[in-house]
Design a protein around this ligand. Structure first.
Ligand SMILES: [Zn+2]
Length: 281
């Protein structure tokens, strides 16, 4: 019987937060079995805790935001993705502010942090979930379907990014911790230059730089180092999906077909999964 896991020791990393541009620290602490992933705003009075659950999602526009009362946590998808990929079921993520560090726009640094903390098995049985029937979300050019598969989480993803020279992109990935580290974790965030201009005009992306994302502009990709994969965009989309699906509250299994996924439909699908999980209890 596979057991639930938490981290073996505490650990933290600091860096710049994407939207506020402020310095941010993310600190991981072990958590008891059956408590899931929680975010604690240690900078706020009373240190409010927001569970990393789909019911707490309040915004999906340019990242996944959760909130409870006045406490909000932005851009949780990359740390959620690294926790899902490492099969860490229970963990408290202490936050020094509303956003985690953006790091290099991938989940590599979060993965390394979790590895450094180590993992320990707990007494309770690990909980996997695969839906009994296919679940589907669709909107505009986006469609995501998850088919039952009790054995693994396999994601086949197609993406199209306006003005991107390597377009469309396809990647198929079966989740194991080691494969994630090699194939998915290094995939960085991409932003379109016109979107970026709008975000900056709105006072957002203050911490954005070529250290934190690659920029697509007039058919070219602008980034500090060369592309890590020629299909880096689709790999990052899979990274986000693995993080958003973890909001359902279980290790997810199934065959996922994702066409042009993004946070709104990822989170909607996590919501359908959470509903099925609640009904199955
Ligand atoms: Zn992302």
């Amino acid at each position: 019987m596979e057991k639930q896991r938490t981290i073996a020791s505490e650990g933290e990393l600091s860096g710049i937060a994407l939207h506020t541009g402020a310095r941010a620290t993310l600190h991981l602490r072990p958590a008891p079995e059956n408590t899931g992933i929680s975010f604690c705003r240690v900078d706020l009075p009373g240190k409010p805790v927001v569970r990393g659950a789909v019911a707490n999602v309040v915004d999906v526009q340019r990242g996944t935001t959760i909130a409870s009362g006045n406490a909000a946590v932005y851009t949780i998808e990359h740390i959620m993705s690294a926790l899902h990929a490492n099969f860490i079921d229970n963990c408290i993520v202490d936050m020094s502010g509303p956003e985690p560090p953006i790091c290099d726009g991938s989940s590599l640094q979060f993965f390394d942090l979790i590895r450094k903390c180590g993992a320990v098995e707990q007494d309770a049985e690990a909980k996997y979930f695969t839906p009994a029937q296919p679940l589907r979300v669709v909107s505009g050019g986006t469609q995501i379907v998850i088919f039952p598969n009790p054995d693994e989480l396999k994601i086949s993803c197609v993406t199209q990014f306006k003005g991107c020279p390597f377009d469309p992109q396809f990647f198929e990935f079966t989740l194991t911790t080691d494969a994630y580290y090699q194939e998915i974790a290094p995939g960085r965030t991409f932003v379109d230059y016109s979107d970026l201009r709008m975000l900056m005009a709105a006072g957002l992306c203050k911490g954005g730089s070529l250290d934190a994302a690659a920029i697509i502009h007039q058919g070219a990709i602008i980034c500090k180092e060369k592309l890590r994969f020629n299909n880096e965009i689709v790999r990052h989309k899979i990274l986000d999906l693995i993080g958003d699906l973890y909001l359902a509250g279980r290790r997810i299994r199934g065959n996922v077909i994702a066409i042009r996924p993004g946070h709104p439909r990822n989170v909607e699908l996590a919501g359908l999964l959470a509903k099925e999980i609640a009904a199955s209890n």
